[in-house]
Write a protein that binds this ligand. Structure first.
Ligand code: PLP
Length: 303
């Protein structure tokens, strides 16, 4: 196969698809974690539209959302690369995080993010010099970047002469899964990591009420509340790393792989798992797990 080099500014959106095996089952992984060291995964895809802008009047990017969100960190990198100001609205921060910033929050602050704590996120409008990006980078400007991802996958499947296959990725807002399904003939499967499956259907219904255009939702036997520590998730994450030699993210991927492994039989043909990046958040998640485990050992010793 012809090797394509499309790197510019350290970005390579033409990521490889690799074959891997988990418990005797074969999977393929689209390595979007390799797009760029700082801005990768589906956030890089969703922000592709903005990355491509040149000579714009934009001076500031504004968004809102969680205080450890991958989207927030991705926006801070975008702003840094573009020399834009980045302004972010968050709900009241824990004083511990203000006094001792960690994880994506620290990385975003280091990149120059300015933030304001609010009770309700404000309704904002873009102007020629200020762009407003929806929470989780979920707006319609995410579509062209996801369409490019779909095109690469479609071509890869063609080149490899597959007759049928399925695509899978875990969902937050459901934006990536939705736009991916609009640009590929292959069925897209996903699972909700943030709310119940209803939440995803509602999101998609707002874009198009025709459910034929929606991805399919799988559920894992156990739904872990978003951001909550779960020993089964940690073990699965460790075993995925051992078996595939790929580092996955600790927030979305354990829930995603649980749903996929439990429902593998429902997916036709070979399965391509889209790696959505998010590894910048692993450090703070792992330190939370370490803290949790050492406290358990401590409590165990005392009884
Ligand atoms: C943001 C994110 C998702 C979910 O993307 P949506 O488009 O909001 O559904 C999945 N995995 C990782 C690692 C993410 O950072």
């Amino acid at each position: 196969m012809k090797k394509q080099v499309s790197a510019s500014n350290g970005f390579n959106f033409d990521t490889p698809v690799v074959k891997t095996q988990i418990n005797d089952i074969q999977f393929y992984v689209k390595r979007d974690d390799l797009i760029h060291p700082e801005l990768n995964g589906n956030k890089a895809r969703k922000l592709r539209h903005y990355l491509k802008l040149s000579n714009s009047d934009i001076k500031t990017v504004v968004s809102c959302g969680g205080n450890q969100s991958n989207a927030m960190y991705a926006l801070s990198v975008l702003a840094k690369l573009k020399h834009w100001r980045f302004f972010y609205y968050v709900k009241k921060l824990p004083s511990q995080l203000i006094n001792n910033p960690v994880g994506n929050f620290k990385l975003a602050c280091d990149n120059g993010m300015q933030y304001q704590e609010v009770v309700h996120f404000p309704e904002l409008q873009s102007t020629p010099d200020t762009i407003v990006i929806e929470q989780g980078c979920s707006g319609s400007n995410a579509e062209p970047g996801i369409a490019e991802l779909a095109k690469q996958i479609n071509q890869w499947v063609d080149t490899n002469n597959w007759q049928v296959c399925s695509l899978f990725l875990p969902s937050g807002t459901g934006t990536t899964a939705y736009y991916l399904q609009q640009h590929t003939p292959w069925p897209v499967f996903t699972t909700s990591c943030i709310g119940n499956p209803d939440f995803l259907s509602k999101q998609w219904n707002r874009i198009n009420a025709d459910t034929m255009t929606h991805p399919s939702i799988l559920t894992a036997k156990k739904q872990v509340h978003f951001g909550q520590l779960d020993m089964n998730h940690l073990r699965l994450w460790q075993s995925l790393q051992k078996k595939t030699h790929i580092e996955f993210d600790l927030l979305y991927d354990p829930q995603g792989w649980s749903a996929l492994l439990e429902n593998r039989a429902k997916l036709p043909g070979e399965v391509i798992y889209i790696h959505c990046g998010g590894l910048s958040g692993n450090k703070s998640m792992l330190s939370r797990y370490n803290h949790f485990l050492s406290r358990q050992i401590h409590e165990h010793k005392q009884t």
